[in-house]
Design a protein around this ligand. Structure first.
Ligand SMILES: [Zn+2]
Length: 289
């Protein structure tokens, strides 16, 4: 009876490895990178204790990645819609992978520094830790061109996922007793601050303020008028577009800013404010920074 249970346990575990390898690109990349690092270690005739450390580091990252995959599946099952606690669980699990990856970089560097130039040894260590999700920024960061007030262009890194996450989180605070239509917006400013806003309605319906303008008001009130990107999230059949009033307000400060529109189904579309509002109304004296 006990033996059968043990055999079953192994079978389920191998099935888990197979599933993870099939569905997780990160794990496949890591497996390939780990094999390359071990081949390099054999080629350089690294002594057994060094190889053992490399194997441990590889095992650490893979174990962390597998736990992270399992936890993501469990969280998605228990909380299909966005929930702040679900975000905490996923972020902490991702942090565990990052920690394991950092340890791997250190191990790789220490093992290979006697055989390779320091920079190359560190690079090999990074290969050991190679999981795109674990690398800071990773695939989430997107470079966009921002046009400053004096007309010069500047490249800025935007963590779109993080911005969307902020928009989803603040959306939960929307005050919408009449329409039940919650919207969240997160505005990234040049200083790197994110100003979040949700929509709030009023018994006098015309007094309703949209999420985009709530976020814009928060940024302006903090003295931050240089905007880099805006994320808007709502439960909508398509990536939710800002209303006309909000487009006009955004155009006053950041006509070339990308607006990342998203819905809870995970669909998204990015357009600049100018694309959203051609023929913007303006008066002389605006945009004085
Ligand atoms: Zn609006």
């Amino acid at each position: 009876m006990k033996a059968r249970t043990l055999a079953e346990s192994f079978r389920f575990a191998f099935e888990g490895v197979r599933q993870a390898l099939r569905t997780e690109r990160n794990l496949r990349i890591h497996t390939a990178a780990a094999a390359a690092v071990l081949a390099l270690a054999f080629w350089l005739r690294v002594p057994a204790p060094g190889v053992a450390l490399l194997v441990l580091a590889i095992g650490l990252v893979m174990t962390a990645e597998l736990f992270n995959t399992a936890l993501e599946a469990a969280v998605d099952l228990s909380s299909p819609a966005y929930h702040p606690l679900a975000a905490v669980a996923k972020n902490v699990a991702a942090a565990a992978v990052l920690t394991a990856a950092a340890v791997s970089v250190a191990v790789g560097y220490i093992v290979f520094r006697d055989y390779l130039p320091p920079a190359t040894a560190a690079a090999v260590g990074a290969g050991l830790a190679l999981t795109p999700r674990a690398l800071p920024g990773g695939h989430r960061t997107r470079r966009v061109t921002d046009v400053t007030n004096d007309g010069t262009e500047q490249k800025i890194d935007i963590d779109v996922e993080q911005l969307l996450e902020e928009a989803r989180a603040v959306r939960e605070r929307a005050y919408v007793p009449y329409s039940r239509f919650k919207v969240g917006a997160a505005l990234l400013t040049k200083s790197g601050c994110v100003f979040a806003g949700c929509n709030f309605e009023n018994a006098s319906l015309g007094a309703t303020i949209c999420a985009e303008r709530a976020a814009a008001g928060a940024a302006i009130s903090a003295g931050q008028r240089e905007w880099v990107a805006l994320a808007v999230v709502a439960d909508y059949p398509e990536p939710v577009p800002p209303c006309g009033i909000c487009r006009q307000v955004l155009a006053e400060f950041a006509p070339d800013m990308p607006v990342v529109m998203a819905n809870l189904a995970g669909e998204r579309r990015t357009m600049t404010v100018r694309e959203l509002l051609p023929g913007v109304f303006s008066l002389p004296g605006g945009g004085d920074g």
